[in-house]
Design a binder for this molecule. Structure first.
Ligand code: NAD
Ligand code: ZN
Length: 441
């Protein structure tokens, strides 16, 4: 079977005929083959009269698309807050240090919605949003050495150039060159867009723009992952889930048997709870103003819940009473300044560590009594869970592959690409955690 698989993936001709005696392993090989070689467009099976021999014929597309403009479907946001429109766009070939990706699955995150609504954020339209996705490299630009066509990848909203002070430091993931930039709608190398409609440029979003069948990204913003990983699951590791998971595992670092409070039980907070579960915390206390979140959060390891609205004293006092003086670790995933202060003040003196993940409002100020620090509490913050996108995401994928990390429970809906606006409706209604958008449907 191996030699057959090799001959298929490497077949230089437009057609390949192969023989095999058993259809079921063949079937799965073809699925893998088609996933890694998007140019394989059609597969035929034929059973011979003797019913012993199976003849398979693979039709490949007429020619490689490398170096050419690709016309494909993309969901274009023409105006703030208006439904996306599926349009035919032109996607230019990747330039120096860029790669063009065929996106297979993408999901919707709050950040897409914030910038699509553009209330207070830079308003840049028309634009192609999307930054959580899984895909396959279609072609690479000049100078790209560590990615090749067929590689399975996760594009990431923040990059890792590998050369700057941050990338060279073991302690930082905040690359100078490719750190998230929500205001830029063009490629770094030439200040131009790779998307257009009849010559009119369409802006990029955070260097990923995954609401398109094909997109172009800087090579430093693309993590190469295990090709055996199902892209319809691991695509959600591009942003929110890795952020919450890393906030706990890389920054809060609870020890086995410890007590962890998670403030905010959205996708990021649930991933933080999942991190505490993986770390072996014995008590995971979920704190949220919305009690509808509590039942779902049990699946992510939460053992107890606190709704600040149910108490007439500050939630940090409630938590201190529940835990004999304070929790060992807390992770804030709300974006609310009061929750940030509570998350810090609820950790135990002597060893407690609080980690801020939520993005605050522009004018917020963090206020606490300095004695909280003198009493040996630590306050930290994190960006993308402290993961370096290219170096570290492959290992997060492996955590899923070896069944340490459970991803299925985050995926609550699926829609076809043509129905992408439904994914926005679910998120705006607060329904579900992650909605997968299938690009082939
Ligand atoms: P979400 O809106 O789905 O979840 C937030 C939850 O917090 C909600 O359930 C809400 O009811 C709850 N909440 C709000 N105020 C609260 C309060 N005062 N006390 C307790 N609960 C409260 O959001 P999400 O997608 O899970 O993202 C969470 C935060 O993480 C956002 O601020 C987002 O911008 C941020 N984020 C940060 C990074 C990073 O790298 N630091 C990356 C991605 C997202
Ligand atoms: Zn860098």
């Amino acid at each position: 079977m191996n030699s057959m698989y090799m001959s298929l993936t490497n077949a230089p001709s437009k057609q390949a005929s192969l023989t095999c005696k058993n259809i079921s392993p063949l079937d799965s090989y073809f699925k893998r083959c088609q996933a890694s070689k998007p140019q394989f467009t059609r597969i035929f099976f034929q059973v011979s009269k003797r019913k012993k021999l199976i003849v398979c014929q693979v039709n490949m597309s007429a020619q490689s698309t490398a170096g050419q403009v690709i016309r494909c479907k993309a969901a274009v946001a023409w105006e703030a807050g208006k439904p996306l429109v599926i349009e035919e766009v032109e996607v230019a070939p990747p330039q120096e240090m860029e790669v063009r990706l065929k996106i297979l699955f993408t999901s919707l995150c709050h950040t897409d919605v914030y910038f699509w609504e553009a209330k207070g954020q830079t308003s840049l339209f028309p634009r192609i949003f999307g930054h959580e996705a899984g895909g396959i490299v279609e072609s690479v630009g000049e100078g790209v050495t560590h990615l090749k066509p067929g590689d399975h990848v996760l594009p990431v909203f923040t990059g890792e150039c590998g050369n700057c002070r941050h990338c060279k430091s073991k302690e930082s993931n905040m690359c100078d060159l490719l750190r998230i930039n929500t205001d830029r709608g063009v490629m770094l190398s030439d200040g131009k867009t790779r998307f257009s409609i009849n010559g009119k440029p369409i802006y990029h979003f955070v260097g990923t723009s995954t609401f398109s069948e094909y997109t172009v990204a800087h090579v430093g913003s693309v993590a190469k992952i295990n090709p055996a990983a199902p892209l319809d699951k691991v695509c959600i590791l591009s942003c929110g889930i890795s952020t919450g998971l890393g906030a706990t595992l890389n920054v809060a670092k609870p020890t086995k048997g410890s007590t962890v409070a998670i403030f905010g039980l959205g996708a990021v907070g649930l991933a933080a709870a999942e991190g505490a579960r993986i770390a072996g915390a014995s008590r995971i206390i979920g704190v949220d103003l919305n009690p509808n979140r509590f039942e779902e959060a049990k699946k992510f390891g939460c053992t107890e819940f606190v709704n600040p609205k149910d108490h007439n004293k500050p939630v940090q006092e409630v938590l201190a009473e529940m835990t004999n003086g304070g929790v060992d670790r807390s992770v804030e995933c709300t974006g609310n300044i009061n929750a940030m202060i509570s998350a810090f003040e609820c950790v135990h003196d002597g060893w407690g560590v609080a980690v801020l993940v939520g993005v605050p409002n522009r004018d917020d100020a963090f206020k606490t009594h300095p004695v909280n620090f003198l009493n040996e509490r630590t306050l930290k913050g994190t960006f993308f869970g402290n993961y370096k996108p290219r170096s570290d995401l492959p290992s997060v994928v492996e955590k899923y592959m070896n069944k340490e990390l459970e991803l299925e429970k985050f995926i609550t809906q699926q829609v076809a690409f043509r129905d992408i606006n439904k994914a926005f409706d679910y998120m705006l209604a607060g329904e579900g955690i992650r909605c997968i958008i299938r690009m082939d449907a």
